[in-house]
Ligand binder design. Structure first.
Ligand SMILES: Nc1nc2c(ncn2[C@@H]2O[C@H](COP(=O)(O)OP(=O)(O)OP(=O)(O)O)[C@@H](O)[C@H]2O)c(=O)[nH]1
Ligand SMILES: [Zn+2]
Length: 199
């Protein structure tokens, strides 16, 4: 578990630690961390990595709870093409793509912006695409308690592009469905709407 209680505490304190480790890594890789272009690199890299992993310090359920409203709307709400950037936990290299999310309210709706915020909280951790998909799905399901929720993520993995198998065009799709989306007609309606340019 993290020794830090919140994002502010973590943000201030951890930089020196991570910075020092980056300096060591740069040296071990055969570079000179004292040359001009690299002088500030350990600090920049530490800050970048902190930014990309800030999701450990944020509570996604609280984000949703901050904007839930009673509303008598019982049809599908879809937010599609939510861009996401995450880090694969095996290589600490980016994977990136889009999330498409739908839910069917059960007496309450959620502020639209909160859904992409939840995506970011879980994406800004060390992840695999499958767990990222389920984390988002379960968070919305358990917090908003809708009649149904669906999450589809399409992503490209840099660890499969820049290195390893070196496939530039493969896209991985993961999905999860709860409640009414477990019914084939509802699921198909959602899949049709996210693949249409008119939705
Ligand atoms: N299931 C899943 N696998 C992932 C994800 N991101 C990266 N990987 C895979 O994690 C696996 C790690 O496999 P290893 O054999 O331990 O590592 P490796 O020798 O670097 O593997 P290669 O990438 O095939 O060179 C690789 O097959 C990656 O493609 C993800 O989000 N989900
Ligand atoms: Zn990887």
């Amino acid at each position: 578990m993290s020794p830090y209680n919140n994002f502010e505490e973590y943000n201030i304190k951890i930089t020196d630690e991570v910075k020092g480790r980056y300096k060591t890594i740069i040296t071990e890789l055969g570079e000179d961390p004292e040359r001009e272009g690299l002088l500030k690199t350990p600090e920049r890299a530490a800050k970048a990595m902190q930014f990309l992993t800030q999701g450990y310090y944020k509570d996604p359920a609280e984000i949703l709870k901050g904007a839930m409203f009673k509303e008598d709307y019982n049809d599908m709400v879809i937010i599609k093409d939510i861009e996401l950037y995450s880090l694969c936990e095996h290589h600490i290299l980016p994977f990136f793509g889009k999330a498409h999310i739908a839910y069917i309210p059960d007496g309450q709706i959620v502020g639209l912006s909160k859904i992409p915020r939840v995506v970011d909280v879980f994406a800004r951790r060390l992840q695999v695409q499958e767990r990222l998909t389920h984390d988002i799905l379960e968070c919305i399901n358990n917090t908003l308690k809708p009649k149904g929720v669906a999450v589809v993520i399409e992503a490209s993995h840099m660890c499969m592009m820049m290195r390893g198998v070196q496939k530039q065009n493969s896209v991985t799709t993961t999905s999860g469905f709860r409640g009414q989306f477990e019914k084939i007609e509802t699921r198909n309606e959602f899949l049709k709407l996210i693949s249409s340019d008119l939705s």
